[in-house]
Design a protein around this ligand. Structure first.
Ligand code: GLC
Length: 642
């Protein structure tokens, strides 16, 4: 990297001229880019001024970022520019009822990229429109946190394939109507990344790429207020280098946090982001967003600058790859989760609260916390959507707000302990067969790992197991946004304890739910005498109903209360339809998390016309007769409000 001339940020016009000059020097710039530059530059300038006001080289870092964006736009393949235009015309493509996400590891599910390509017909059969491939870039040999320690964002792990195979796969997926989702792991790199090696060696331009301290003074000061994320790996937020210095490592000791207080780090990562964009990625999953900015005396999570940085990345994207959207991965307090969701930051976000509370409700047989979350924490800004999931490749953490729980007389701390005990099989009578993840004896904190089928009771042979799997998916498929399926769950994949025999994976219990593609269960998927077959048939039916039910598009949700604590209820209106529109149909969803049948009386349903359509069974129901919700049962009813 050339050592920049130093010039701080100044007036908008001067800095704009400097940036445009840098962009023009880097090559031809077309009108389309100029237009977007004009639209985005003031925003990016403002963000840079707020983030990097005290940097003597702020103007140069900004100008070089623009030059990078211009170069990337020039290099963007034509078919992706066409895609940008389509996405621009339909900015809310991800709100469609046809959306269905899938997620898998390339090696575990397909062996390699060629194997994933061979699965495209199956993905189509399933109805996928979005495929998240877990990190597939070059990482350290042995443990690399399942790919979340990246040594180069420009090289595919050679055991999985090559960049050209990835580009071809993206194009084939696009033809099949499936958007490719990849991670943007921008909080940290692996300790083997070129930047990491140069930083440790003190190479000019790289000394400040990471947060390195000569002794424990600053680490001790920061650790007064930071929390331990992976306490099984190392205490606190720092690890020691061979030369005795200390480096910031929020996650594993081989994942070093980047120093975004240095604008050249922003510029460098923007370059990696645009490289991914030009491969044909549609959605970037913004990994570990909450951690990207640090300030002494704070938790160093979700600081205001983290938002400014996301906005700045967003502005760069809007100039050079405008069809892409960000998906936020913030597994934090629900107030913080929503703070990342907006058209200016992330249009999509995981919904960890709904995920965790679905499991909470199944354990307690009480849906009130889940209902409360749907009532008051579901709404999102226009133009954004949730990604709703039953489980992911990560652990389940109980991220509900203590203040919400307290309103229902629930003590958050004790409740989390109960839930952990329940799901790791320590609670008497539990149906779950999970395992603990990152239990911290100092704080009593822990999280849970396990596949959906094992957590829901199928592994334990509980009679309600299959129903719970289907019910959990029926909720994720119907609350709004993009439902995301962990591939393998549709055939009731069980825990894989063999990770314990693998010295690299033994220490990370999340591998229990990241087994290989379960061939035997896929072979049984048409056999109704097997759990795999029954779950597959029921889930694929739900997917096909969802994809032909326009009420399930978007995020609008009108709550619906019954007098039964084990029942969660909500209505999905057609479009923006609101109360009182006589023409409007809605889909009423009622789910029973309890072990006993619940009778919903006609009075509770008296706000609707008498005839309702059961969408899953394709029959009409007479609401004068009330409704019987079986244990762990649910209905999707098309109703007409009176
Ligand atoms: C995210 C990933 C998780 C990983 C961590 C560190 O939370 O989902 O799997 O361990 O980031 O990159």
């Amino acid at each position: 990297m050339t050592v920049p001339e130093t010039e701080p940020l100044g007036a908008l016009e001067d800095d704009r001229d400097a940036a445009w000059a840098a962009a023009s020097a880097a090559g031809r710039v077309d009108d389309a880019f100029r237009e977007r530059f004009d639209a985005q530059f003031p925003r990016l300038h403002d963000l840079f001024s707020r983030l990097y006001a005290d940097r003597p080289d702020g103007r140069d870092a900004l100008a070089q970022t623009i030059a990078l964006a211009a170069g990337s736009w020039n290099a963007r393949p034509l078919d992706l520019k066409v895609r940008d235009a389509q996405r621009g015309a339909d900015g809310e493509w991800f709100q469609s009822e046809r959306m269905l996400g899938g997620v898998c590891y390339v090696d575990r599910y397909g062996g390699n990229l060629a194997g994933i390509r061979d699965q495209i017909p199956y993905f189509r059969e399933l109805g996928l429109t979005y495929l998240h491939l877990m990190p597939l870039f070059l990482g350290p040999e042995g443990d690399n946190d399942g790919g979340y320690a990246v040594s180069s964002y420009r090289k595919v792990d050679p055991s999985l394939g090559s960049i050209s195979q990835l580009t071809e796969l993206a194009a084939e997926l696009r033809l099949a109507g499936i958007s490719l989702v990849l991670d943007f792991i921008f909080n940290h790199t692996s300790n083997e990344h070129e930047w990491a090696r140069k930083a440790v060696a003190g190479e000019p331009g790289y000394e400040d790429f990471y947060l390195i301290f000569p002794d424990r003074t600053m680490p001790d000061a920061y650790e007064q207020t930071t929390r331990e994320i992976f306490p099984d790996d190392h205490p606190g937020s720092f690890v020691q280098l061979d030369d005795g210095r200390w480096i910031w490592s929020t996650f594993y000791h081989f994942q070093w946090d980047l120093n975004y207080a240095n604008p050249w780090v922003f510029r460098a990562m923007a370059g990696e982001m645009l490289f991914l964009a030009n491969l044909g990625v549609d959605v970037l999953r913004m990994d570990a967003v909450a951690f990207i900015w640090k300030r002494l005396g704070t938790a160093c999570e979700s600081l205001p600058e983290a938002h400014l940085l996301l906005q700045a990345f967003n502005a760069v994207l809007a100039m050079a790859a405008p069809g892409l959207v960000f998906k936020s991965e913030a597994i934090v307090h629900p107030d913080e989760v929503v703070s990342y969701i907006s058209p200016e930051e992330c249009r999509l976000s995981y919904n960890p609260l709904q995920m965790a509370l679905t499991w909470e409700a199944l354990a307690t047989r009480d849906a009130r916390l889940l209902q409360q979350a749907l009532d008051r924490r579901h709404e999102l800004p226009a133009g954004t959507a949730w990604v709703n999931y039953v489980r992911s490749h990560d652990d389940i953490g109980w991220t509900f707000a203590d203040e919400d729980a307290a309103e229902l007389g629930i003590d958050g701390y004790a409740h989390r302990r109960f839930l952990n005990d329940f799901y790791v099989g320590r609670h008497e009578g539990t149906f779950a067969r999970g395992v603990p993840f990152q239990e911290n004896p100092k704080t009593g904190d822990a999280r849970v790992a396990g596949t959906t089928a094992s957590l829901a009771g199928i592994e334990a042979g509980d009679p309600g197991g299959e129903d719970r799997v289907v019910l959990a998916h029926a909720l994720a498929l119907s609350t709004g946004g993009i439902p995301l399926l962990y591939l393998g769950d549709e055939v009731a994949q069980l825990n894989d304890p063999t990770y314990l025999d693998d010295p690299v994976r033994r220490g990370d219990s999340r591998w229990v739910h990241r087994g290989q593609r379960p061939r035997d269960r896929y072979a049984e998927r048409d056999d109704p005498d097997t759990a795999a077959g029954r779950v597959f048939r029921r889930l694929t039916k739900l997917v096909s109903v969802r994809q032909s039910t326009p009420e399930f598009a978007g995020n609008a949700l009108i709550t619906f209360h019954t007098p039964h604590p084990s029942v969660v209820g909500y209505q999905r209106p057609l479009g923006e339809a609101v109360d009182g529109d006589p023409e409007a149909s809605r889909v009423l969803v009622l789910g029973n998390v309890g072990d006993a049948e619940v009778a919903i009386d006609p009075l509770t349903l008296s706000g609707f016309a008498r005839t309702a359509r059961d969408l899953v069974h394709d029959v009409d129901l007479d609401l004068d007769e009330g409704l019987a919700l079986p244990p762990h049962g649910f209905v999707w009813l098309r109703v007409t409000p009176l």
